[in-house]
Design a protein around this ligand. Structure first.
Ligand code: PLP
Length: 381
């Protein structure tokens, strides 16, 4: 038998995937599952982006690129960041195969054994796993008593961080809650980050998917430019999950260090995919608005349907998720919901917050209606 490293033994496989596997098994048996567990848009990639990818393939963009990304894409990313109020040279960007790889490289570059990372719960599942693989320890702030908003939890955040905190992760709009944090909340984060000299990861992968609010990029706040690492990707805004394209931008010293990990692991993101990424950033405004409008309608419809059943779900202003309050034993609830009602959701405990199930509304209105009906029929709401 093999002697496995503690870094892999410290983590569990992704809970989201466990549910998808259960759903896939049922479907293989011919069961019609309403799958509200997935974290991806149900739209196809915009046609012009696909065309740009195909054109790049045809033009022979099939070799390695420079490790940190093709100049055209890094420039387009720097321009997009500039639109968000963030000032980064193209040289301060690393293009990665997905935002996930960007985050992995950041944690691996900054976290040593025993270093403390602060997460706002519920938090996206992979932050915890990445911190553990890097050898870090976790300090957690529970936003669930505050309808998942950060502003009313700032005193808890103050208690959770100290001079020993190396990194804080802020993900607004949030997966799994959809919450978009207020400017006052971000200013509170800034004050604590400056006071305790904490580096902050701002995961802005859902930034384009918001409803009636403009989320502020954390790095735009006074005192944050040098301590913020902005992470983003193409998966959610442009319905490009399978293309695997993302990036991060930060101070030059970080780019130097993380660039070593990047070049010795992935070498570079896929060449023709990077070309498609330029098109996505430059020519998809309409497609992004169409998808966003569709998500907003579904969010409102789903919240209304739950309200009709007497369930009050805290609704966020972004992303395409909501957290449904369920039994304390959310694992059992989710297993039951998929086995009896054939509705797939993800237990809140996977995100550090038991007592909830995460629902994705990246599904048609018809399927969402069907999902709620089934949950009601089988007594789950
Ligand atoms: N960050 C958050 C909060 C996410 O929800 C996801 C995807 O689920 C990612 C990052 C990574 O996405 P990708 O690697 O597809 O860019």
């Amino acid at each position: 038998t093999m002697d496995f490293a503690s870094r892999v033994q410290r983590v569990e496989p992704s809970a989201t995937l466990a549910i998808s596997n259960l759903a896939a098994e049922l479907e293989a048996d011919g069961v019609d599952v309403v799958d509200l567990s997935v974290g991806e848009p149900d739209f196809d990639t915009p046609q012009n982006v696909k065309d740009a990818g195909e054109d790049a393939l045809e033009a022979g963009h099939t070799g390695y690129t420079s490790s940190n990304g093709i100049p055209e894409l890094k420039e387009a990313i720097a321009a997009k960041l500039d639109d968000d109020g963030l000032d980064h040279d193209p040289e301060n960007v690393i293009v990665t195969p997905g935002g996930k790889q960007a985050l992995f490289e950041i944690f691996m570059s900054l976290i040593d054994d025993g270093d403390e990372v602060c997460l706002l719960d519920p938090a996206w599942v992979s932050y915890e796993a990445m911190v553990k693989m890097a050898g870090g320890t976790l300090s957690r702030v529970d936003l669930s008593p505050h309808d998942f908003q950060l502003e009313p939890a700032l005193s808890d955040l103050e208690a959770a961080v100290s001079d020993d905190t190396e990194l804080l992760v802020v993900n607004s709009p949030s997966n799994p809650t959809g919450a978009v944090y207020s400017d006052a909340a971000l200013e509170g984060v800034r004050d604590l980050a400056v006071e305790h000299n904490i580096t902050v990861i701002s995961d802005e992968i859902y930034k384009e998917i918001t409803y009636g609010v403009e989320p502020t990029s954390l790095g735009t706040l006074d005192g944050m430019a040098d301590r913020t690492i902005t992470v983003n990707g193409f998966s959610k805004a442009y319905a490009m999950t399978g293309w695997r394209l993302g990036y991060f931008a930060g101070p030059e010293e970080l780019i130097d260090q993380a660039g070593k990990l990047h070049s010795h692991s992935v070498s570079c993101a896929v060449n023709f995919v990077q070309h498609a990424g330029v098109e996505a950033l430059e020519n998809t405004d309409e497609a992004v608005v169409e998808m966003r409008d569709a998500f907003e309608e579904r969010r409102d419809m789903l919240a209304d349907l739950f309200a009709d059943h007497g369930v009050d779900v805290p609704v966020g202003d972004g992303a395409f998720y909501m957290m449904l309050p369920v039994d304390d034993d959310d694992q059992a609830w989710c297993e039951g919901a998929i086995e009896d009602a054939h509705v797939a959701t993800v237990p809140g405990s996977a995100f550090g917050t038991p007592g909830y199930a995460r629902l994705s509304y990246a599904a048609s209105k018809e399927r969402l209606r069907e999902g709620v009906e089934r949950l009601a029929e089988h007594g789950y709401i």
